[in-house]
Design a protein around this ligand. Structure first.
Ligand code: TGC
Length: 388
C-alpha cells in the first residue's frame, strides 16, 4: 500500500523515542477516530465541536509540555508529534490545542503566581477551563508594540479598555489572557470572560478554519483585581515568549496537513485511470509526487531538529522563524500540487485538500506572517532590524 509506505518508509518515526511514538500514536488514533469522521461536515457547517474539549483533556494533550500542575511534562518533540497528527485531521483542532496549551496555559505557567498556577493549570489541562490569548488588535497583528488596549490601576483593581481581534476560542473560553499597555509597559491579565465589559463576538464569513472559532473582543472598562495580573510578565517579552511556543507547534502541525494532502494525491494517482492507465504512471505525476515528498520529508526533519534543540534548551527564536516560514510555505505548495493531481474532484470536500489549503492560508498569517518571519531571519543574519 503506497500510502502506508509513505507513513513508514518516508516518515521520521524511526528517529523518535518510544515515549514520543506513544504520544504520536495516541494523537493519530484520536485524530482518526474523533476528528476525521466529522470534520468535513463541521467545516462545511462552521461547527465547533465543543464536546471534544473534555476528550482532549482526557488525552493529556492540553499543556502537555508543562511540568507539574496536572500537566504531563512531555518533551517538545512529543508535543510536536501530537500537533502533526492533529493537524493531519484539521488545523482548527491543532489550533485549539495551541491556544489552550501553548498560549493561555504557557502564559500562566511562565508568568503566573503559584496561586494562579495551582488554581487554573490542572483544570485547563483537563479541559474544564478554556483559555484564550488576547494580543492582536483590529489595527493589525504584526506590531504588538503599537497596541492601544490599556490597563489602568484603580485601587486594588485594574480597569482594562480596548479591542482585540482574531482571538481563537474567545467566545467559548472561560478566561482570556489579555495583554495591555500600562504605565510601566505591557502587562498580562487573567480576565474571566464573564467580567462586565468583556464581549467576544465570533468573526463570520471565514473561508478558512471554519470548524474553529476566532473572535473580536471588546473590553469596555473590564475590571479585574491585582490578583489576576500575571506578576512575572512585564514588556513584550511576555507575550512573545508564549508566541514562540505556539509557533513551535505550527512548525510540526502544518507537516500533518501536508502529509494528509500527499496521501490523498498518492492514493488518487494509483486509482485514477486516464489514457488507459493510472495517472501515477506519468512522469509528470511522479515528478509532482516526488517533489511533494522531498518537501514533506525536509519539513518533518526540520521540525524534529528544532524540537531536539528546544528539548536541549538551545533553541533561538530566529530558528523558530526558519521553521514556521519554511514549513507553512511548503505545506501550502504541497496542498496546491496535490489539488492538481486530484483534478476537478480536488476542489470538492470528497478530499481534504482544499480544506487544508484554506486553513494553511490562515496559519500563514497568524503567529507571525511570512514577511515578519523573513525579517526576523534577516535581522539574525545581518544584525539589522528592517521592521520600520
Ligand atoms: P521589540 O519591541 O524590539 O522587542 C520587545 C521585547 O520582546 C523581546 N522579543 C522576544 N522575546 C522572546 N521571543 C521572541 N520571539 C521575541 N521577539 C522579541 C525582545 O527581546 C524585547 O525584549 P526586551 O526585554 O529587550 O524588551 O520587538 P522586536 O523588534 O524584537 O520584534 C519585532 C517583531 C516584528 C519581530 C515582533 O513585533 C513580532 O514578532 N511581530 C509579530 C507578532 C505576531 O506574531 N502577531 C500575531 C499573533 S497571533 C495572535 O495574537 C492570535 S493568538 C492565536 C489565536 O488566538 O488563534
Amino acid at each position: 500500500n503506497p500510502v502506508e509506505a509513505l507513513a513508514s518508509v518516508f516518515s521520521i518515526d524511526s528517529l523518535l523515542t518510544s515515549d514520543e511514538r506513544e504520544w504520536q500514536q495516541k494523537a493519530r488514533a484520536f485524530a482518526q477516530e474523533r476528528i476525521t469522521p466529522v470534520i468535513e461536515d463541521d467545516f462545511e457547517n462552521k461547527y465547533f465541536r465543543r464536546e471534544l474539549i473534555a476528550e482532549l483533556g482526557a488525552t493529556g494533550f492540553l499543556g502537555m509540555h508543562i511540568t507539574g500542575y496536572g500537566c504531563a511534562g512531555a518533551s517538545a518533540v512529543s508535543y510536536g508529534a501530537v500537533c502533526l497528527e492533529l493537524e493531519a485531521a484539521d488545523s482548527g483542532w491543532r489550533t485549539f490545542v495551541s491556544v489552550q496549551g501553548s498560549l493561555a496555559m504557557s502564559a500562566i505557567a511562565k508568568f503566573g503566581s503559584e496561586q494562579q498556577k495551582n488554581d487554573l493549570l490542572p483544570r485547563m489541562a483537563r479541559g474544564e477551563v478554556v483559555g484564550c490569548f488576547a494580543l492582536t488588535e483590529p489595527d493589525g497583528g504584526s506590531d504588538p508594540a503599537g497596541m492601544h488596549t490599556t490597563a489602568v490601576r484603580d485601587g486594588d483593581d485594574w480597569v482594562i479598555s480596548g479591542a482585540k481581534r482574531w482571538i481563537g476560542l474567545a467566545s467559548v473560553a472561560d478566561i482570556a489572557i489579555v495583554w495591555a499597555q500600562t504605565e510601566d509597559g505591557v502587562r498580562g491579565f487573567i480576565v474571566p470572560t464573564t467580567s462586565e465589559g468583556f464581549t467576544a463576538t465570533p468573526i463570520d464569513g471565514k473561508l478558512a478554519m471554519r470548524a474553529s472559532i476566532q473572535c473580536d473582543i471588546e473590553l469596555d472598562g473590564a475590571r479585574v483585581s491585582e490578583a489576576m495580573r500575571l506578576p512575572k510578565a512585564l514588556g513584550l517579552r511576555g507575550p512573545f515568549s508564549c508566541l514562540n511556543e505556539a509557533r513551535y507547534g505550527i512548525i510540526w502541525g502544518v507537516m500533518g496537513a501536508a502529509r494528509s494532502c500527499l496521501e490523498a494525491a498518492l492514493g488518487r494517482s494509483i486509482e485514477r485511470e486516464v489514457f488507459g492507465g493510472p495517472i501515477g504512471r506519468f512522469q509528470l505525476t511522479q515528478d509532482k509526487l516526488a517533489g511533494m515528498l522531498l518537501e514533506y520529508q525536509k519539513g518533518a526533519l526540520l521540525a524534529l531538529h528544532i524540537g531536539r534543540q528546544k528539548d536541549a534548551g538551545t533553541l533561538d527564536p530566529a530558528q523558530i522563524s526558519v521553521g514556521k516560514l519554511n514549513n507553512v510555505r511548503e505545506a501550502i505548495a504541497i496542498a496546491g500540487t496535490a489539488r492538481s493531481i486530484l483534478g476537478g474532484d480536488g476542489v470538492t470536500s470528497e478530499f481534504p485538500v482544499m480544506r487544508h489549503m484554506a486553513n494553511l492560508e490562515a496559519v500563514r498569517t497568524y503567529e507571525g506572517t511570512d514577511e515578519i518571519h523573513t525579517l526576523v531571519i534577516g535581522r539574525a543574519l545581518t544584525g539589522i532590524a528592517a521592521f520600520k
